[in-house]
Write a protein that binds this ligand. Sequence first.
Ligand code: COA
Length: 140
Amino acid sequence: MLLLLLPSPPKNCPYICNMSVKEHLRRRGIGWHLLKASEDLISNMSSLRNVYLHCRMIDAAPFSMYKKAGYAVIKTDSFLVLLTLQRRKYLMCKELPAPSEPLEMMIARDEEETPSSVDGAGSESLVLKEVLQSSLEMDG
Ligand SMILES: CC(C)(COP(=O)(O)OP(=O)(O)OC[C@H]1O[C@@H](n2cnc3c(N)ncnc32)[C@H](O)[C@@H]1OP(=O)(O)O)[C@@H](O)C(=O)NCCC(=O)NCCS
């Protein structure tokens, strides 16, 4: 029932959710930097430029942050969602700029920098490479 009432982003699109900063650390720019870091990661991992998120209508702080960051409301869920005891939500979207460095170059650079032996730091780099490669395969 709820799934039918909630405006959904397109299938397999980049989607940001569960962004949260501990209450006593809020209003110091952390949320903003988290959002920017998420967008940079998406830009470098996917060729899809439109990123989506949901924001509850009553949540003034994140709504203000998303608007300031360039997200626009593209859909609002039905008031009928109130019958399910859920808060009404906006579906918001932003078109990200193209990444500063193409994904293929990131992978090539990573391959050059990754040591042949898999130590602690190298394995982290390998995981990143695998994520980037599977993202490339998914994007065709
Ligand atoms: C939304 C949230 C992550 C913002 O984190 P934050 O570190 O406090 O945010 P920042 O200090 O980086 O502020 C960035 C912008 O957000 C907006 N903002 C943040 N707190 C706000 C508040 N209390 N009232 C209005 N706007 C607010 C402002 O536009 C702010 O820009 P400004 O400082 O230039 O005015 C944080 O409030 C939070 O965790 N809220 C609870 C969880 C939540 O609702 N998550 C969103 C799920 S969609």
